[in-house]
Design a protein around this ligand. Structure first.
Ligand code: IMP
Ligand code: MG
Length: 172
């Protein structure tokens, strides 16, 4: 386990500015629609809450919870559903909201799960995207920042459940 002090990687002011830009695109793309934002717990809770307050169209919010990491920095390679959705996604415009896409395993699992339920549309918003690490067969529609292969914490992201409360994004 690393003991060093987290080093700043993305400042809160840069995150805020980027979220405004993403929300602007979503407001435009979903004009006259009522999308459901589905946050993936726990990591997305801060991103989702900041994003949603920049959304000017009508929308709904739901959450589900997956687990794949346990308390390590390396993926166990296994995804488990810990809390299911409450909403009916059939015929709805779905936007999945994630904190970070690393291997892409979780997002592939989520995408398959949601698409099976026949939404009218399906898009993904992720604050961070380790594009060179993940091996996805689909695109991420709204990306906050593409980052290299480093382990980051803060702004909702944890290491062993800690550091979620940091205002910016830090490298351990
Ligand atoms: P994936 O399935 O490998 O794409 O990992 C997705 C999940 O792992 C994310 O939703 C995060 O919860 C967690 N994760 C991946 N990389 C990091 C990181 O750098 N910091 C904190 N959590 C991470
Ligand atoms: Mg997550």
């Amino acid at each position: 386990m690393e003991k060093g002090k987290p080093q700043i990687f993305i400042k809160h002011s840069d995150i805020k500015r980027r979220i405004k830009e993403l929300a602007g695109k979503i407001n435009h793309d979903y004009k006259d629609k009522i999308p459901i934002f589905i946050g993936v717990l726990n990591g997305s809770f801060i991103f989702l809450s900041d994003l949603i307050r920049e959304i000017k169209i009508n929308c709904e919010i739901d959450f589900f919870k997956l687990s794949s990491y346990g308390d390590t920095k390396i993926s166990s390679g296994e995804v488990k559903m810990l809390k299911e959705l409450n909403c009916d996604v059939k015929g709805r415009d779905i936007i999945i909201v994630e904190d970070i896409i690393d291997s892409g395993l979780s997002m592939t699992f989520i995408r398959n799960l949601i698409i099976k339920q026949k939404p009218s549309s399906f898009r993904i918003a992720s604050l961070l995207y380790k594009k060179n690490v993940s091996n996805l067969k689909f695109k991420i529609d709204y990306v906050g920042f593409e980052i290299d292969n480093k382990f980051v914490v803060g702004y909702g992201l944890d290491f062993a459940q800690k550091y979620r409360n940091l205002n910016g994004i830090y490298v351990l």
